[in-house]
Design a protein. Structure first.
Length: 242
């Protein structure tokens, strides 16, 4: 009775049920989508658009780097502290393809909030924007983070545009405070080192955790909600049904 309660509330043409087991994990959705829509635009930012095919290639390079140039293992946590840039989906899907668990980190977090989240999640790696790298400098030594990848706003744009925008952000607007993270690797270097290298595609079970999504911490410190591959696949199918 309870299961059927909402069925007559859906608008005409909207399916009342989905099959969350249609895909075993996020990787299966990503691969199918990138093959089917390879030449279609996937993401655009700052005048630059990447196709689904390019997304798969770039996320593969990111995954290959994580697998072949770090000691990270499937199930390890990687914190992504990025705004809406092209680097974000590449890092998300690359990390997932490598079998890592994504920990989304608010770019506006203070050092105290970063320290709590990195320790609470058990993050072993961090991808962050250069704008907040000075905070990472003070936080990383107090956490289990061993690998740091730094990116600048325009890193994925054509060379001249990249140079102009990154220089304006850093030297004119002075939005990148000085930092010292000698162990950090540049995002574009990560992609170069991983380009063309084989990816050992992770194949997690549907019930395995894919993302630790932290709350806003309005009733105390932020808490990580464990989202499984099945959770996220179900959400994708719900959006598709609309």
């Amino acid at each position: 009775m309870i299961e059927d309660f909402w069925k007559d509330k859906y608008p005409a043409g909207i399916a009342a049920d989905i099959n969350p087991d249609e895909y075993p994990n996020i990787q299966a959705v990503l691969k199918q989508s990138c093959q089917r829509f390879a030449d279609k635009p996937a993401f655009s930012n700052l005048g630059k658009t990447i196709t689904y095919g390019e997304l798969y290639e770039l996320s593969g390079a990111f995954a290959a780097y994580l697998q072949q140039h770090t000691d990270l293992q499937p199930g390890d946590r990687i914190a992504l502290q990025l705004p809406n840039l092209l680097q974000y989906p590449i890092a998300v899907f690359g990390a997932i393809r490598a079998g890592l668990i994504v920990v989304n980190t608010n770019p506006l977090y203070t050092a105290r909030e970063m320290e709590h989240q990195f320790n609470d999640s058990g993050a072993k790696a961090l991808v962050c924007l250069a704008n907040m790298a000075h905070l990472a400098e003070s936080v990383v030594p107090k956490t289990g983070v061993k690998h740091v990848i730094i990116t600048e706003v325009a890193d994925l744009l054509p060379p001249l545009k990249r140079l102009v925008i990154n220089s304006v952000v850093k030297y004119v607007k002075k939005m990148v405070p000085a930092y010292h993270l000698p162990q950090a690797v540049k995002f574009n270097d990560v992609l170069r080192k991983g380009q063309g290298q084989p990816v050992h595609e992770a194949n997690p079970a549907s019930g395995d955790v894919a993302v630790l999504q932290y709350t806003g911490g309005t009733t105390g410190v932020a808490k990580g909600a464990m989202l499984t591959h099945r959770n996220l696949v179900a959400n994708m199918l719900q959006c598709k049904a609309l």
